[in-house]
Design a protein around this ligand. Structure first.
Ligand code: FES
Length: 158
């Protein structure tokens, strides 16, 4: 995910100031910062002339938008039934073991946040997870070790 400079006013100019613009603006903020702060939500509310509570409700409804500071890599492991039946639990246990965190937590080095999420639309290739925008499918405990290692190497190369 690329981080870009942003201003809420620029985003409102780009997407418009109707209620339909709310989600695209929140997505742009998230794309830019990996988090949507309280200040961002107030600014969006001001730009769109809607209540901050409405902005907050939208920002916190979607699991792909973050209102809490999170790791460089956000892992979203599908917890829905098909992935569960294809072995999601051993994959989760391995992620918890190698990252030493539980769902909802971030590693102390700030690299990984682990989350469980609803269906990612990859049911036929479950278990599935997203790491930021990248899908990983047909996961096994072995493959997630390799995937996490590859993101650790990527982080070190910057
Ligand atoms: S049930 Fe996991 S991707 Fe659909």
């Amino acid at each position: 995910m690329t981080r870009i400079q942003y201003s809420v006013t620029d985003m409102a100019n780009k997407h418009g100031r109707s209620r339909e613009a709310l989600l695209p603006i929140l997505q742009d903020i998230y794309q830019a910062k990996h988090v949507i702060s309280d200040e961002d939500m107030v600014n969006v509310a001001r730009e769109l002339d809607i209540s901050a509570a409405h902005v907050y409700g939208t920002a916190t409804f979607y699991s792909f938008l973050e209102t809490q500071q999170s790791g460089k890599y956000i892992i979203r492991l599908c917890k829905t039934i098909t992935c569960m039946m294809h072995g999601k639990n051993p994959v989760l246990q391995e992620l918890e073991r190698i990252l030493k965190i539980k769902p909802g937590q971030t590693t102390p080095d700030g690299l990984f946040t682990l989350k469980e999420t609803n269906c990612l639309g990859q049911c036929h290739k479950g278990p599935a997870m997203l790491v930021n925008d990248n899908p990983h499918t047909q996961l096994t405990p072995e493959s997630v070790r390799e995937i996490i290692d590859s993101y650790r190497r990527e982080a070190l190369s910057y």
